[in-house]
Design a protein around this ligand. Structure first.
Ligand SMILES: Cc1cc2nc3c(=O)[nH]c(=O)nc-3n(C[C@H](O)[C@H](O)[C@H](O)COP(=O)(O)OP(=O)(O)OC[C@H]3O[C@@H](n4cnc5c(N)ncnc54)[C@H](O)[C@@H]3O)c2cc1C
Length: 287
């Protein structure tokens, strides 16, 4: 870029960034602040780069993966997504928005738009109707499980199906309780999430009280029922944020196995590992 800068101070700054001494400042400016190519060009307006250079320098946009959050049987010829609109503040207090999620959120639902889509097999295999399930999906982690639950509700209309226990988490009951009516409907009248059917729906509102309550706390409250379902051969599916959640949830499962099966912590860890080895412990997590 310094080659194409015409203003002296911009050329100097760009040369400094490219030098070994400027490496740390470049890291702060670029990586830490997550500056886009457009933002950099706006910061150095004297740079008049030929279009063909620019096209070669700019990397291809990454594809974004989203879990399908609807069932084909419940919504034929449709694919629903549950998308969190990503936003954050950089170390220099600049407001940033996720590219794809904010673009999707800005679309007008009344206007048709063509979006290129590729379908890929995810890491959560489709469960058979006779497999009891323990699902842990806080936040947009509920996305794949909305599809699972809708699918099982359709299957249960014609055949007997195994129960589902679903643990959901969000910040506040009034703000981000996604698909509240759906979960509550299936929790009643012998629905697929009803306790009467051996299942259950449990929600942790992390910020509705002074102390934080997360899905793993709700799991501990229902420790015995989780163990009973595991002992009946249930499979575990975990989806959502990759930050700390999968680790905390796995640790909660280990504590449940240790307590309810009356085994040591090490044996409980081995028990969960064995579950994973036999294809009954699945995690799909993203940042
Ligand atoms: C298998 C899989 C399934 C997924 N399913 C879903 C789903 O069902 N629903 C869903 O909403 N998402 C899902 N995702 C995540 C999704 O693919 C995108 O990553 C997400 O929507 C953000 O894309 P974006 O273009 O809006 O953000 P981008 O423009 O790509 O920006 C996100 C980037 O910003 C960074 N970032 C975000 N927050 C901060 C912060 N606080 N500080 C610093 N940096 C930050 C991240 O590291 C990331 O690199 C899934 C991902 C995978 C891999």
């Amino acid at each position: 870029m310094s080659f194409f800068a015409t203003a002296e101070h911009e050329m100097e700054r760009l040369k400094y960034f490219a030098s070994p001494e400027g490496r740390d400042d470049l890291y702060q400016y670029n990586q830490k602040e997550r500056r886009t190519v457009l933002e950099v060009l706006e910061d150095f307006p004297s740079v008049q780069m030929p279009l063909e250079w620019l096209i070669q320098l700019v990397p291809m946009l990454k594809t974004r993966a989203f879990s399908i959050s609807s069932s084909q049987s419940a919504h034929p010829n449709q694919v629903h997504l549950t998308v969190n609109v990503v936003s954050w503040t950089t170390p220099y207090k600049r407001k940033k928005k996720g590219l794809c999620s904010s673009w999707l959120a800005a679309l007008d639902p009344c206007e048709a738009v063509s979006i290129p889509v590729w379908f890929q097999k995810g890491s959560l295999p489709t469960p058979s109707p006779s497999l009891p399930l323990i699902l842990i999906g806080p936040g947009t982690g509920c996305a794949p499980f909305r599809g699972f639950i809708e699918e099982r509700a359709m299957q249960s209309k014609t055949n007997s199906t195994a129960p589902i226990m679903f643990f959901f988490g969000c910040r506040n009951e009034d703000a981000d309780f996604l698909y509240k009516d759906l979960w509550l409907t299936h929790s009643q009248n012998n629905g697929v999430l009803s306790e009467a059917n051996g299942g259950g729906f449990y929600v942790a509102f992390s910020r509705d009280q002074p102390e934080k309550v997360y899905v793993q706390h709700k799991m501990a409250e229902h420790s015995r029922r989780i163990w009973n379902l595991l002992a009946e051969g249930a499979a575990v599916y975990i989806a959502g944020s990759s930050t700390k959640m999968p680790e905390d949830v796995t640790s909660a499962f280990e504590k449940i196995v240790s307590k309810e099966n009356e085994v040591s912590k090490d044996d409980a860890v081995r028990w969960i590992r064995a579950l994973e080895k036999c294809g009954k412990y699945h995690i799909e997590a993203w940042s």
